[in-house]
Design a protein around this ligand. Sequence first.
Ligand code: ADP
Ligand code: MG
Length: 702
Amino acid sequence: MSNQITDIFGSNVFSVSVMRERLPKKVFAEVMDVMEHGGNISMATADIVANAMKDWAVEKGATHYTHWFQPLTGITAEKHDSFLTAPQDSKTLLQFTGKQLIMGEPDASSFPSGGLRSTHYARGYTAWDMTSPAFVKEMSCGTILCIPTIFVSYHGEALDKKTPLLRSMQAVDSQALRILRLFGNTQARKVTPSVGPEQEYFLVDREKYLKRRDLIYCGRTLFGAPAPKGQELDDQYFGVIRPRVGEFMADLNQELWKLGIPATTQHNEVAPAQHELAPIYTTCNLAVDQNQLTMETMKRVATRHGLVCLLHEKPFAGVNGSGKHNNWSLTTDTGENLLDPGDTPNENLQFLLVLSCIMKAVDEHADLLRCAASCVGNEQRLGGQEAPPAIISIFLGDQLDDVVEQIVANAESIKLLASGKLDSGVSTVPVLNKDGTDRNRTSPFAFTGNKFEFRMVGSSDSIAEANVVLNAIVAEAFSQAADQLEGAEDFHAACSKLIHDWMTQHQRIVFNGDGYSEAWAAEAARRGLPNITSLVDAVPALLTDQAEALFRQFGIYTKSELEARAEIMYETYVKVVKIEANTMIHMASKHFIPTAVTYAARVGDAISSVVTACPEADLSVQRKLLHQVSSYLEDAAAALEQLKPLMDRVDSIQDIKEMAHAYHDAVVPAMDALRHPVDELELLVDKDLWPVPTYGDLMFEV
Ligand code: ADP
Ligand code: MG
């Protein structure tokens, strides 16, 4: 195969064009109809599609197929089955039936279900998501045909991240269409959320990585003194890409392109050894799938280059962590972006209505957005003085902010001219300049020209939840707007009033200043905006009456599905922190304390031998060093002695929520207390003795 990007692109995807080529016309038409408008294909059709899919995959070297799904672990799951049938006369045929394509029944009892699936109903079912194309994945265990699926329980409850996402897409589709109809749009038949996630990551040398148990078990360093140089010179951001990293990126692009993932932008990020990749945006659920594949491919390709890709939100203390900017907009099947301010006044009224709906949605459900961006790794980012702050606010940029100000100040500033055209009263609206909108990197939710950028999501996390919430809350605001406006006698007057009212009620969510400043935390508190600094405090957002009503209205989550998710979040928090604490105990007692003891003995021996050789020599430097090492050693040992029994106590708590809080309130500070003296020891102990690669080794020697 040629190396040209156009030949490579999508070559491992069973795409619409492959189907057009390989399926009988009638079958192809039926598949397309279901893909676009939902429903089920007949079993006869499924058989034909499955067979064509198998033939195509086998030509690509595939031996197995898998139902590829996204359980609540946050990563993807797969179980490979071969195409082989029972041999006859020592010959076998390859087979893949419609039934195997459409439905699977993995014995999935070990996936988290938050109590949704009691063990005697241990089965979960996977079902083909026809809106996301099948693909082949080239792995060390062979080439596998992957069929994107949803994953549900026997009773149809969602056990995955994709099912609610698809439900939320339907919700925003139907409600956005109601808004479009209000403006006389009869053409559009479908509105789809478009998503482009920007993925940040770190690369470290694999051999060095393998010398650190914290990286191996937890994906982040739990100890480590800062290197003499960090990111203060800003010489890494957009800097020249080092050759080894460059080779990784080139290889990664090839692999992603084969999978039909339009990776397009790559650059160095702020922290040393940190990088970013952005694809061209696509339909929401495809973007979610592709982001999962991107993360997986990054890890796989890194290994080939003797590197490890760290997707953790905060691999190193003291330098920036990694996130995922979730760029989100709404597009009609006729190509209109509802978040585009547009250049005709009529479209502006529609845009202003959409904007007021988004302001309302984000203000009323800030807690849900915060919760959707909560994963354990993000604890180290959100609420710290970096990346987006934990307080949800919207950044609009000067021009749009001005528009909102004027509309709030004077309802009449939106008025119809005699010609029937809208005079927004603000001349800047039609000429909104994309570059004028966003250069505020401190905002968690920024308007960037024709999309909103939700910047809170963690780098390792699935973007599914964030988009479920965005789709759902905006659908709700749309439905409330449509309820009010559909019967209005004077539509323009009613619409203008609604925009004015909602922008007035929800203007408090707009903030254009420095989101990292302490002044903002105080101001946000005055405005009554929630400041949820931790995952354990974010989870209850799922269980409010407000959340339940929202998700019930659109059939996105039932109450028990929400409860299950809350439970899994607490459970995951406990498990991850526990692994981290155990790893710290291991490293401190097996690596760092013995090393410091050895070093102290060596300094002691050096003192004795100098005393013997030259009794009158000044030994103050040696003695001070020995004193410092011994003192931090004592602190480390004391912290270790505290941490172990503390964990035993906390682990005996019965209630999972209480246990998560105890981990957060007691165990995490005890871990910090252990880290501090060890990091101080690292700065004192001879580098040749230190048992693990340091921050400098890891971040500056890739
Ligand atoms: P910015 O510089 O504002 O971050 P970029 O042009 O670099 O914007 O795009 C960042 C990401 O946003 C890319 O993945 C891009 O494809 C995506 N994106 C661009 N326009 C839209 C849109 N209308 N809806 C959703 N995502 C978009
Ligand atoms: Mg961006």
